[in-house]
Design a protein around this ligand. Structure first.
Ligand code: ADP
Ligand code: FRU
Length: 303
C-alpha cells in the first residue's frame, strides 16, 4: 500500500500481550511468611507488546497494537491515552484478563513479576489473517504462542515476496525462557531481540555470547541484539563475523523501577532502526531511553 503521494506508510504494528500490572512497591524484598507495609501500590497496563507500542507512540511513531483482550474498557482507555491504535484488537468476551502482580524493590528498583493467565485464548493465525498488513511498514512479534506466530510471520514473508517495493520489516523478541521453540521465529526476522533471561536459560553467559550464538540462526544481514540489564546490550549482524559489540547502559542517578525496561529498550531500538539509523547508534539510543525509564516509576517520564 502507498499513500496518496505514493510514499510507503510508516506505521508499526506490535503483536503480543496486553495485561494489567498490579504494582506494589516494597521497602526491600520481603521474606517469605513476613507481614510488611507497602510504600505504594498502583495499577497500570502491562504486557511486552503493549508497553513497547505505548513507548513507540510516545516517541512519535504511528503504532497499532494487536492482541487479545477479554474486557476492553480499562485497557482500551489506557491505550487511547498513549494514542495507540486498537482497531485490530481481538475481543474475547467472557474470558479472564491476564494480570501480573509485580513487586518493585525500592532499594534496588528490581522487579519481580508474578504473571497470571487463566485461559485467555492466545492470538491465532486466523485472527492475524483478518489484519490488513499492507497498512504497516514494520511488524513486531512478541515471542509467544510460537507455532501460531510462525504462521503469522510466514504471511508477512509471502506478502514481502509479492510486494518487493513496499516490504514490511519484521522484528521478533525472544524473552521468556519457558518458550523452548522460540528460535523458530528467527529465520525470517530482520531484527531479533533476545532477553538476558532467555539467553542465560539457554546457556549463554554474556550478551556477546548470546548475539554470536543467535546470529547463526538468523538470515544473513539480520540485526541481533541482546539486552543485559545494567550491563547494557550487545548487538551484531548475521553473516558478518566479529561484528558483535557491547554498548554500555546509561544508569540514572537512582534506579527505581526496572519493570518494562526491556520493552522500553525494544521500542527505542525499533524507533531508531526504522528511521534508518545504524544498528550501533540505535542500540545506544535504546540503552539511553531504557536508562531514563528505570530512573522513574512507569512510563510517564518518557512523554
Ligand atoms: P528486561 O526488562 O527484559 O528484563 P533488561 O533488564 O535486560 O530487560 O533491560 C533492558 C535495558 O534496560 C538494558 O539493556 C539497559 O539498557 C536498561 N537497563 C535495565 N536495567 C538497568 C539499570 N539498572 N541501569 C541502567 N540501565 C538499565
Ligand atoms: C514487563 C511485562 C509486564 C507484564 C509482564 C508479562 O516486561 O510486559 O508489563 O506484566 O512483562 O510477562
Amino acid at each position: 500500500m502507498t499513500t496518496e503521494k505514493g510514499e510507503r506508510p510508516s506505521k508499526i504494528l506490535c503483536v503480543g500481550l496486553i495485561c494489567v500490572d498490579v504494582v506494589s512497591i516494597t521497602k526491600h524484598y520481603p521474606d517469605e511468611g513476613s507481614d510488611y507495609r507497602l510504600l505504594g501500590t498502583h495499577w497500570q497496563k502491562g504486557g511486552n507488546a503493549a508497553n513497547s507500542s505505548a513507548v513507540l507512540s510516545i516517541l512519535g511513531n504511528k503504532v497499532d497494537f494487536f492482541g487479545a483482550i477479554p474486557i476492553p474498557k480499562y485497557i482500551k482507555d489506557r491505550m487511547d491515552y498513549y494514542n495507540v491504535g486498537m482497531d485490530n484488537v481481538v475481543e474475547r468476551p467472557g474470558e479472564a484478563l491476564p494480570f501480573s502482580t509485580v513487586l518493585i524493590n525500592n532499594e534496588t528498583g528490581s522487579r519481580t513479576i508474578l504473571h497470571y493467565r487463566k485461559g485467555l485464548q492466545e492470538l491465532l493465525y486466523e485472527d492475524f489473517k483478518k489484519v490488513d498488513i499492507s497498512e504497516y511498514s514494520w511488524i513486531h512479534f512478541e515471542g509467544r504462542n510460537i507455532e501460531e506466530v510462525v504462521k503469522m510471520i510466514d504471511r508477512v514473508v509471502k506478502y514481502n515476496d509479492d510486494n518487493c517495493h513496499s516490504k514490511i520489516t519484521i522484528s521478533v523478541e525472544l524473552e521468556k525462557p519457558r518458550r523452548a521453540n522460540s528460535c523458530l521465529l528467527l529465520p525470517h526476522a530482520d531484527l531479533a531481540v533476545i532477553s538476558q533471561d532467555y539467553a542465560e536459560f539457554n546457556g549463554q553467559s554474556s550478551a556477546i555470547d548470546a548475539v554470536d550464538y543467535y546470529r547463526a540462526k538468523c538470515k544473513k544481514g539480520a540485526s541481533v541484539v541482546c539486552a543485559w540489564g545494567s550491563a547494557g546490550a550487545a548487538s551484531g549482524v548475521a553473516g558478518l563475523p566479529k561484528s558483535s559489540e557491547m554498548t554500555d547502559a546509561f544508569p540514572p542517578e537512582r534506579v527505581v523501577d526496572t519493570l518494562g525496561a526491556g520493552d522500553t529498550f525494544l521500542a527505542g531500538l525499533v524507533h531508531s532502526v526504522s528511521r534508518g539509523h545504524p544498528l550501533l547508534s540505535s542500540v545506544k539510543f535504546a540503552c539511553r531511553l531504557a536508562g531514563c525509564k528505570v530512573g522513574f516509576y512507569g512510563y510517564e517520564a518518557l512523554r
